[in-house]
Design a protein around this ligand. Structure first.
Ligand SMILES: *[C@@H]1O[C@H](CO)[C@@H](O)[C@H](O)[C@H]1NC(C)=O
Ligand SMILES: *[C@@H]1O[C@H](CO)[C@@H](O)[C@H](O)[C@H]1NC(C)=O
Ligand SMILES: *[C@@H]1O[C@H](CO)[C@@H](O)[C@H](O)[C@H]1NC(C)=O
Ligand SMILES: *[C@@H]1O[C@H](CO)[C@@H](O)[C@H](O)[C@H]1NC(C)=O
Ligand SMILES: *[C@@H]1O[C@H](CO)[C@@H](O)[C@H](O)[C@H]1NC(C)=O
Ligand SMILES: *[C@@H]1O[C@H](CO)[C@@H](O)[C@H](O)[C@H]1NC(C)=O
Ligand SMILES: *[C@@H]1O[C@H](CO)[C@@H](O)[C@H](O)[C@H]1NC(C)=O
Ligand SMILES: *[C@@H]1O[C@H](CO)[C@@H](O)[C@H](O)[C@H]1NC(C)=O
Ligand SMILES: *[C@@H]1O[C@H](CO)[C@@H](O)[C@H](O)[C@H]1NC(C)=O
Ligand SMILES: *[C@@H]1O[C@H](CO)[C@@H](O)[C@H](O)[C@H]1NC(C)=O
Ligand SMILES: *[C@@H]1O[C@H](CO)[C@@H](O)[C@H](O)[C@H]1NC(C)=O
Ligand SMILES: *[C@@H]1O[C@H](CO)[C@@H](O)[C@H](O)[C@H]1NC(C)=O
Length: 717
């Protein structure tokens, strides 16, 4: 199915301003500065802070104020990281240290080109109990990256508070910043921003909001707040602050690189949090989905149609309500009588894989309910009744993704009911945790109650409460499918993937799984299309390379009459534009719930040939283009896997050194920087996000060789 001419990776020279930088150093260079400690422990009254060299050019900091950590705390950081100096000092196992201080001593530690130094909060030298981080530049000078925020009169930058029963505490750690710093990453939100400076971001998951405390700074460092707790990220003028609402340990990592060298920061981050494996070749083709194909004969007919229209397709998707009961994790045999026959038929007709949706919810009519309740595989609540929600008249409880036995139970159902029958890819929908992943949405009460005014934080999991470990839930759900697929295919984590999952959420290091993240349930209007671009660029900054969207918007906007209606010309135009864009995303996936004038709701078409005869050739031409990009796609995914080098590349990644305008435009999130990006080394991409246009302004960034400058009009059609 693929045109198999292979482009070698080496042939893909990156077009980049960064190449002007002196190459970064590491331990293969003889002048690399090996870390001169295994760790330092500051004992400051009751409070303990442990600072250890971590990987290349990095430090890991852990802090607690009363009860020492057990060593079994949830962590999204590898210990040791995947790459680091051969010197074992940079590969700390656990809580090792060779130096103890009490705050009355000055201290400087160095790992590679990063220095950590104590300083006194009051500007005198009485107690040196704050830490500052510096980068050593090529000329030997030092640049301050950030320090624990310490004006003379301010709340302590390491602030702990016991707010509830037990020893779990809330922690708020503050770091200095300057008004000109730019912040990239932080997971995904729907806010049109690539630079998150000035934002306060709630660290609570919900549909289309995946806040994740990983960021890169324009000052040349990256930072990971390694906590599973719900909380907050604040990026102020003078202070950045990270809050965990309920935790037993504070844990963060910081790593430096020359200013503008974002590939190195991504390499360092991915060494700490996870390297993406390579996806199966087939998954780089056209992935087709809608809400929803309802039964076996309809799915086979769909495959027949792709075959008859001679349109290539690599995956067909079975959406929700394909089960008899939520939590069966099996197709309803009344609708899908012969699954292995169906998957073989689809394969014969199109070569395509099948993906099936699963929800984490279990209703009490499911055969699995009693077993799961008995074995402790269902999430409970502190108030008693379990993570109650209701869906279509049935009460449901969520399976507990944080429980390894529950993960295994889920997988054994999927294996038995889908995998051995030829459905080997899984869509983990509603994966966000809390209630059905809609933290504030009220599925149970009247529809005019749109959003709950209180947190749904009292869910109780194997690993803790929603408040203390809620950010783990979607990650552990991805892990459930990863563990299962790795077992079934007899492959090791990190190696090439044979099959994939698709998740609505994720967290620090989710890129280590054979799992794509999509941007959630979006509305089918132009404004939403435009917002997805910045969302994807933030995903890239966070380290998630396997990113995708519901092409053409998931659902209708009730205030826009044509939204999502396949028979309305304005929607057809949006559909075509959105689909063109997805050709240049890591995965090209079409999904949504469609309306129409000629069929009953929920059964409306969403296939390439159903948007008007005039549009079909355009739609098909982009699908075909996607397949001709196969060698290029494979090469950029291979780079991502080897070194963490981003696939979707916000312009700051390649041009902030060579083109000062890029830095300035990124600062205020100008549309050129939230809507344009490099897709790999060679393609500059910007989607058309307005109706009725035949030309589009594009900013051509300056490269070091001076080609390209300023704004030009490009003809688009
Ligand atoms: C170490 O540096 C060399 C170039 O100096 C580079 O080729 C290599 O990829 C680097 N390794 C790591 C792990 O960063
Ligand atoms: C710590 O460093 C400061 C600034 O360099 C210096 O003034 C002070 O004497 C040092 N204190 C100790 C205890 O060495
Ligand atoms: C580590 O190296 C730095 C930079 O050379 C030096 O300033 C510092 O004193 C050293 N610290 C230790 C504990 O050896
Ligand atoms: C710093 O510490 C040194 C040694 O303890 C002391 O002599 C000096 O007066 C201190 N300086 C200040 C500004 O406190
Ligand atoms: C399958 O679904 C299609 C579309 O909803 C419907 O027309 C058809 O009757 C269904 N067939 C069966 C066997 O349920
Ligand atoms: C499924 O279909 C295959 C091929 O037609 C047939 O051999 C098999 O018996 C069917 N299985 C069931 C359970 O109907
Ligand atoms: C609710 O479930 C019933 C089957 O129990 C199904 O027929 C119906 O389509 C569902 N309705 C919605 C809105 O999901
Ligand atoms: C898969 O898991 C089962 C236990 O559930 C185990 O017996 C088997 O060895 C595993 N297979 C691989 C390839 O890891
Ligand atoms: C953003 O900054 C650029 C470059 O400084 C400037 O041209 C543009 O007008 C600014 N846009 C906004 C909305 O402030
Ligand atoms: C430009 O950005 C703004 C938000 O800053 C957004 O509302 C608008 O849709 C964008 N325009 C285009 C053409 O994408
Ligand atoms: C597009 O342009 C046509 C003709 O100029 C006009 O009739 C139509 O309303 C426009 N559509 C939108 C969505 O602006
Ligand atoms: C941009 O480049 C073109 C072609 O190289 C050149 O003619 C033009 O003067 C340049 N414009 C600016 C503003 O540098």
């Amino acid at each position: 199915m693929w045109p198999l001419s292979r482009l070698s990776i080496a042939a893909l020279g990156f077009c980049s301003g960064v190449s002007a930088q002196s190459p970064y150093t590491n331990s293969s260079d003889s002048n690399y500065f090996l870390p001169n400690t295994t760790g330092v422990r500051l004992q400051h009254g009751f409070e303990t802070v442990l600072v250890q060299p971590y990987g290349y050019d990095g430090f890991r900091v852990r802090a607690w104020a009363f009860r020492p950590p057990s060593g079994n705390e949830i962590s999204f950081l590898y210990d040791p990281p995947l790459e680091g100096p051969g010197n074992s000092n940079a590969a700390p196992a656990g809580f090792t240290y060779d130096t103890t201080i009490d705050g009355s001593q000055n201290l400087t530690l160095r790992n590679g080109n990063t220095i950590v130094r104590t300083f006194s909060p009051n500007g005198d030298n009485v107690t040196n109990v704050r830490f500052a981080f510096y980068r050593v530049d090529d000329d030997g000078s030092e640049s301050l990256l950030t320090n624990e925020y310490a004006p003379i009169k301010s709340i302590n930058p390491r602030y702990y508070e016991w707010t509830g029963a037990g020893y779990e505490f809330s922690a708020a750690f503050s770091f200095s910043t300057t008004p000109d710093e730019q912040i990239y990453g932080t997971g995904t939100q729907q806010d049109h921003m690539v630079n998150k400076k000035g934002m306060v971001i709630d660290m609570i998951n919900f549909n289309s909001h995946i806040p994740t405390p990983v960021f890169m700074s324009s000052k040349g460092y990256a930072f990971v707040w390694n906590s599973a707790s719900e909380g907050e990220m604040e990026f102020g003028q003078l202070r950045n602050r990270f809050t965990s609402k309920s935790t037993t340990l504070v844990d963060y990592a910081i790593v430096s690189a020359p200013v503008g060298d974002y590939d190195t920061l991504q390499r360092r981050l991915s060494a700490m949090t996870g390297r993406a494996p390579t996806p199966p070749d087939w998954s780089l083709g056209y992935l087709h989905s809608k809400l929803r194909y309802e039964n076996q004969s309809e799915l086979i007919q769909l495959a027949q149609n792709f075959h008859d229209y001679n349109i290539p397709v690599s995956m067909l998707v079975i959406d929700y309500q394909s089960w008899a009961h939520q939590g069966d994790w099996a197709l309803d045999p009344g609708l899908w009588p012969n699954v292995s026959y169906m998957s073989q038929r689809v394969k014969d007709l199109t070569g395509a894989e099948i993906m099936a949706s699963l929800w984490p919810s279990v209703e009490d009519a499911s055969d699995n309910y009693a077993t799961m309740q008995r074995e402790g595989y269902l999430a409970m609540t502190r108030s008693g009744p379990g993570t109650t929600d209701s869906w279509n008249g049935s009460y449901i409880r969520n399976y507990d993704a944080t429980n390894p036995d529950a993960r295994h139970f889920l997988w054994s159902n999927l294996y038995e009911h889908y995998y051995i029958n030829g459905i080997k890819n899984f869509w983990i929908d509603q994966a966000d945790g809390g209630n059905l992943g809609e933290a504030y949405q009220n599925n149970g009460q009247s529809s005019f109650i749109q959003s709950l005014p209180n947190p749904i934080s009292d869910a109780l999991y194997h690993a803790g409460t929603q408040k203390s470990v809620g950010k783990l839930y979607p990650w552990a759900h991805q892990q459930a499918i990863e563990e299962g697929l790795r077992n079934a295919t007899g492959t090791e984590m990190g190696t090439a993937c044979d099959y994939v999952s698709l998740s609505r959420s994720g967290y620090i290091g989710s890129q280590r799984f054979c799992s794509m993240i999509w941007s959630g349930d979006t509305t089918a209007v132009w404004e939403t299309l435009s917002a997805q671009v910045a969302s994807g660029l933030s995903a890239a900054g966070t380290g998630w390379g396997w990113w995708t969207v519901d092409a053409r918007g998931f659902q209708g906007d009730p205030t826009v009459s044509w939204s999502n209606n396949i028979d309305e010309e304005p929607y057809r135009e949006l559909y075509v534009r959105w689909q063109q864009w997805t050709t240049f995303l890591p995965f090209m996936r079409n999904h949504g719930s469609r309306a129409c004038n000629t069929q009953s709701a929920y059964t409306c078409d969403n296939e390439p040939w159903t948007y008007g005869a005039a549009n079909t050739p355009t739609i098909v031409s982009y699908i075909n283009l996607r397949y001709t990009l196969a060698p290029y796609l494979k090469a950029i995914f291979a780079q991502l896997s080897l070194t963490g080098r981003a696939i979707m590349r916000p312009l700051y990644m390649d041009f902030s050194v060579s083109d000062p305008n890029i830095v300035e435009m990124t600062r205020n999130n100008s549309n050129y920087t939230t809507q344009q990006y490099m897709f790999g080394p060679r393609l500059l991409v910007t989607p058309v996000t307005l109706p009725n246009v035949t030309s589009w302004d594009v900013y051509l960034p300056k490269t070091l060789t001076g080609s390209g400058n300023g704004t030009r009009e490009w003809m688009y059609w």
